[in-house]
Design a protein around this ligand. Sequence first.
Ligand SMILES: *Cc1c(COP(=O)(O)O)cnc(C)c1O
Length: 441
Amino acid sequence: MKQMQFPKKGTGRDALMKELDEMSVNDVDWESGRLFSLIYNPGRDVEEVACNAYYRFLMANGLSPFAFPSLLTMETEVISMVADLFHGDEAVGSMTTGGTESILMAVKSARDWAKENLQVTGTPELVMPVTAHPAFNKAAHYLGLKAVVVPVDDGFRADPKKMKDAITDNTVFMVGTAVTYPHGVIDPMEGLSKIALERNIWLHTDACLGGFMIPFLKKGGHPIPPFDFELSGVKSISADIHKYGYMPKGASTVMYRDKELRKYQIFAYADWPGGVYGTSSVSGARTGGAIAAAWSVMRYLGEEGYIRLAGKAMSATKKLIDGINNIPDLYVLGRPDATVFAFGSDTVNVYDLQDKMKQRNWLVESQHLPASIHVTVSPVHEDLVDEFLSDLREAVQEAAQVEEGSRSEEAVIYGVMGTLPDRSQAWELAINYLNDLYTLK
Ligand SMILES: *Cc1c(COP(=O)(O)O)cnc(C)c1O
């Protein structure tokens, strides 16, 4: 394999910065709001506060609360503010680098709690609706649990009866999601909480996506069912600050009902010649930037600011949903509860539609099972709704004309992945694809 030679000499600062600029010309122009995933765009002012705070603490290392007491203060204050948001009088938690790490931590804590508190003899099981995030499959895979995946109801919400039926003597963990990624709905957490209490299993609310949106929608007068520590069956919650908390990447929270439960998350090793070593989450060294930025954005916006931004995103979402349902070939899937939704079609191929939108400089994600287009609405989208809908109407007309043979490669691959009857083949394809992608060509 031909590797890139490690540079013998350094490159000048200006030349490097220029190269970085040139490299990013093919990246999506997210600042303009034409992206509907990946970045949660609150507008320039918030971004500036976050980035300045991040930069100020970028070199600081969150590994040592003794060297950087400022980070310890900020992290515990962030966690305490989040506990307040989620009705967690006794709640504690940790900041992590992202939703995946938060979920890993919650599953690990539940597994170790179960070892002490439940009589499980077989492989411990994690019961999840099919719409729960793959980070739970990943956590099960990493931590030696069996993921039991349960179908959802016609409205794409977890079905408490089906979830209950999936519980066995080995079940230790159950998850419901407060704003699912694929269809933007809130699972019936109240029903799941009852089951968790009855069967004495750990219930986790995955509010990675909705955690910093739905509490503010509720405070702004929108109907939001209970999902947090208000429900006594909920033992842990994950909520990403780097989504609707409007932070640059690298900030999430994992919250526990009380301090006894968080104990199962913490790792310490006292016999290392390098000193007594302990961390609360997966990461060892971690940047102080994410902690300082989270603390600053929450303080900068306050409840008032978050309610205002949630209102903007929600108003854009309502207009988009109405507009899409008024296009004869399209329909919105289920009844979305917040600012994330998906739409599909029985007449046009959505992967062609995605291509046609891309030609108009709109980047929307596609999904499968069932095929649909995914939309994550940010506050900045409020001003772009009319243009988006008018381009979408045109794109539908064009997508309807695409012939089998002229379909783009991306559209074909996605279509195939969703319809391969042997799912293990699709998994294998995805692994090989990534293994090749991250190899220098
Ligand atoms: C984004 C997301 C996650 C995973 O978070 P990362 O920050 O991408 O690791 C988990 N659950 C839901 C519902 C999400 O939307």
